[in-house]
Design a protein around this ligand. Structure first.
Ligand code: ADP
Ligand code: MG
Length: 291
């Protein structure tokens, strides 16, 4: 690769909002065989909204107030959705004590003298709760691409909530363009298996790794590499940083967190996934001219 052609290539990619932090990355991207995407905030907008609330022996407003009182301490996008829903209903939040984030799972705190736990089915099942009372409803929500969230008070299941995060408008087209370019596609997410499958099917991605913690995202990238793939990983969050570092090319969504951007080789300035397809075309053209 001549330095001049690399400079021209990275310059053209920049016009499409794709910043290569080093020239080598353009070269590596041209030979990638598989692109793995984080879901939340990468293929979706990362702005979930509360869509469902079903309670057991508790008024809806009381359940939402307890949930939001815990979530006001969390920076997770799901937490923000729950706090916004409570505020929209004019609920006054209580003070949360001894808050603990359960990374990739949920959150917990003491509110009004009771212990409130909120999060994924795995988080509550691990605390010994029986979630079967909500099984059918949760399954139906997840099958539509919504994320079910469970709420427990003092170890008793009291509510099922769901949030929905719209798919980015350009995501489907971007995935189609990358497949057209001959790449294999995968999704690697901390979200629910059924929810992840529903979104992946909508986009045309058939390899899905779901319900993984941040270290699990890195392990999934490592496994793909061990299987002989040259892997690009696209992600936006703190929880994507290990996978971004592990990938042959780490691509951060520029609207995401600083930690993700620092761990990446390439930055999608406006977060538009179509930029990846354009950058791939440019990288291949650049390398073809050199050979
Ligand atoms: P992703 O890979 O989709 O960015 P995360 O690893 O951040 O997901 O979270 C995985 C799952 O953990 C979420 O889908 C949700 O079920 C649960 N979760 C994490 N944090 C919270 C929270 N603050 N409140 C409720 N649920 C949470
Ligand atoms: Mg994300």
């Amino acid at each position: 690769a001549t330095p001049t052609s690399i400079m021209v290539g990275t310059g053209r990619a920049a016009e499409f909002g794709v910043l290569f932090r080093k020239g080598e990355s353009l070269q590596v991207l041209s030979s990638v065989s598989l692109i793995a995407f984080d879901k939340t905030g990468t293929l979706t907008e990362g702005r979930p909204r509360l869509t469902d609330l079903v309670t057991l022996g508790l008024a809806e407003a009381d359940a939402l107030r307890l949930a939001a009182s815990v979530e006001q301490m969390s920076e997770h996008p799901i937490a923000r959705a729950i706090v916004e829903a409570a505020q929209a209903r004019g609920l006054a939040l209580a003070k949360a004590l001894r808050f603990a984030a359960l990374p990739g799972l949920g959150a917990e705190a003491e509110v009004d003298g009771v212990m409130v736990t909120i999060g994924a089915d795995r988080a509550l099942a691990a605390r010994g709760l029986d979630l079967s009372g909500f099984a059918d409803q949760a399954q139906a929500m997840a099958a539509e691409g919504r994320t079910p969230i469970y709420l427990a008070v003092d170890g008793r299941l009291v509510a099922l909530l769901a949030v929905s995060d719209p798919v980015r408008p350009e995501a489907k087209q971007a995935v189609a363009a990358l497949r057209q370019a001959g790449l294999k596609l995968a999704m690697i997410t901390g979200d629910n298996r059924v929810t992840a499958d529903a979104i992946a099917r909508r986009l045309g991605i058939n390899h899905v790794v779901a319900e993984v913690l941040p270290s699990g995202k890195r392990d999934a990238v490592r496994a793909l590499k061990a299987g002989g793939e040259s892997v690009a990983f696209v992600g936006d969050g703190i929880n994507d940083a290990p996978a971004l570092s592990e990938a042959d090319v780490g691509i951060a969504v520029g609207t995401g967190t600083d930690v993700a951007i620092e761990s990446a080789d390439v930055v999608l300035v406006a977060g538009n996934p179509l930029g990846i397809a354009r950058a791939l075309t440019i990288s291949r053209a650049t390398l073809a001219n050199i050979r």
